[in-house]
Design a protein around this ligand. Sequence first.
Ligand SMILES: Cc1cc2nc3c(=O)[nH]c(=O)nc-3n(C[C@H](O)[C@H](O)[C@H](O)COP(=O)(O)O)c2cc1C
Length: 214
Amino acid sequence: MDSKALYKISYGLYVVGTKFDGKYVGCIVDAFIQSTSSPVPTVILCSIQANQTNAAIKQTGEFTVSVLGTDVNPFVIGNFGFQSSRNADKWSNVPHKIADGLPVLESAVAYLRCKVTDSKELSTHTAFFCEVTDAWRGEGEPIIYGNYQKDMKAKAMESFKSFKETEKPPEAKEERWVCQICGYVYDGDTPFEQLPDDWKCPICGHPKSDFAKE
Ligand SMILES: Cc1cc2nc3c(=O)[nH]c(=O)nc-3n(C[C@H](O)[C@H](O)[C@H](O)COP(=O)(O)O)c2cc1C
C-alpha cells in the first residue's frame, strides 16, 4: 500500500484552540471536516487521545478552529504541532486574540467556534461531533494538507528547531531582584525577601528598599 496516496485527500490545516484548567491550549490538526450543513452546520474533529488538546476539549466542551492560509508562517505549524501544551504556552508564542473566551490566530483566513454534541473513541483518536456556533471569514486562501507535506514541512521543522535553540533557559526567565540605583542583580543564596532589613547593595551601598523585583 502507498500510504502517501492519503496525502491526496484534500484536508486543510487548522489550529484548534481551547482551554484546560483555565489555561489556553491547542494543536495543529488536519482531520477536521464539515459533516452536515442544516439545520445547523456540523463538523467532526479527530483528536489524538494522548494529547492535551483532547483532554481540554473533553473538559471544556468547546473549541475554536483557526483555518491556516497558504501564507502561514511555518513556525505556527511547529509551535502547535511539534510540542505539547503540557509543557509549553503555545498561544503566547503567536499573535492571537481571544474571541468569546477562546483563542484564535490573528493570521487565520477564517475561524469557527465548535460545541461538542457527541463523541466516539476510535482506538487512538476521539471523534468529536460538533455544532458550529459561530464563524468568521477573512482574506486569503486556505492551505491544503498535501501542499504542507510537499512544500512546508521542512520549513516548519527548521523554524521550530531554531526557536527551541534560542529559547531562554527556564532560570533566565525567573524573577530577579535588581538595585534601582546601580543595576546590581542580587545573586545570593538567601532568598532576597529573607535578607535582614539593614542589608545593603554590595555595589552602591543603597538599602534593600531600593531593590525592585523584575
Ligand atoms: C501537520 C500535522 C497534522 C496533525 N493532525 C492532527 C490531527 O488531525 N489530530 C490530532 O489530534 N493531532 C494532529 N496532529 C498532532 C498534534 O498537533 C500534536 O500531537 C501536538 O503536539 C499535540 O499538542 P497538545 O498535547 O498540546 O494537544 C498533527 C500534527 C501535525 C504537525
